[in-house]
Write a protein that binds this ligand. Structure first.
Ligand SMILES: [Fe+2]
Ligand SMILES: [Fe+2]
Length: 251
């Protein structure tokens, strides 16, 4: 069995502040793990301050397990469909992120599992990197055999309902949502797990788990959908061939 902790929305920066303490608390509550993933908003303002990205990287480097990250809107800016275009995603912002963390996606093979972290801020850019990311995921789905796939991303696939009107800023663009849900059909993707909303939720749609992992930094003021938990913490995943278990720890 592989025990993985998923942190999200750590919102770290160069100087000491409460988010640093919040992250350390979540690390303690998670206990020993084999693997760490962090699903975006690693920094407070990495989109404009590379020093914030470096501070988050330095903190993650102190964890006693391998760490794999994907960016959030605070780290590389907003995708084109988002109404908040004060910090749009740009190739330069993405390059800064990659210069610090080495990549903006991950693709991990565990016994019976493939864990894929996506950069949601590529959705709708039309960049070559967006096409390459879709190709990687589609080829993973088509060649998975008996392996199962879990997909990690910063923004959730949807907020209220899988056929809701475009819910940009809070969720990924509707075109990407429809494409992901299409790929997931028939159990091809076992789980989607995201951050961004700073609240916890575990639900299922058409046989796929959809998990919203709470932030380590702070909890949202109101639930975005019925049943969402206003909490800080992390998700603990146990992966075994053919099955998984996911639960939250509170910090
Ligand atoms: Fe966040
Ligand atoms: Fe975010």
């Amino acid at each position: 069995m592989v025990k993985l902790v998923q942190f999200s929305d750590t919102h770290l920066r160069t100087t000491q502040w409460r988010h640093q303490r919040g992250f350390s608390r979540a690390v303690r509550r998670a206990g020993p793990v084999d693997l760490v993933v962090v699903t975006g908003d690693l920094s407070v303002d990495g989109a404009d301050k590379i020093a914030d990205l470096k501070a988050a990287k330095a903190r993650f480097d102190r964890l006693p397990a391998p760490v794999h990250v994907i960016p959030g809107n605070h780290d590389i800016g907003e995708e084109p469909a988002s109404p908040r275009q004060i910090q749009p995603v740009t190739k330069e912002r993405r390059a800064h992120f990659i210069s610090v963390f080495g990549d903006d996606s991950f693709d991990l093979a565990l016994p019976g599992w493939r864990l894929m972290g996506l950069n949601v801020h590529l959705f709708g850019t039309g960049w070559e990197e967006e096409a390459r990311q879709w190709n990687r995921l589609e080829s993973a789905v088509h060649t998975r055999g008996t392996d199962r796939i879990a997909v990690f991303l910063h923004k959730p696939v949807y907020v209220e309902a899988p056929d809701e009107p475009e819910n940009v800023y809070w969720a990924i663009p509707a075109s990407a949502r429809d494409r992901l849900l299409g790929l997931a059909e028939g159990g091809n993707i076992a789980a989607f797990s995201s951050g961004h909303l700073h609240q916890g939720l575990i639900r299922q749609h058409a046989g796929t788990h959809h998990v919203w992992v709470p932030a380590t930094a702070n909890a949202a003021r109101e639930p975005r959908t019925h049943g969402a938990l206003l909490m800080t913490g992390a998700a603990i995943w146990d992966f075994e061939p053919g099955r998984f278990r996911v639960r939250f720890v509170t910090s």
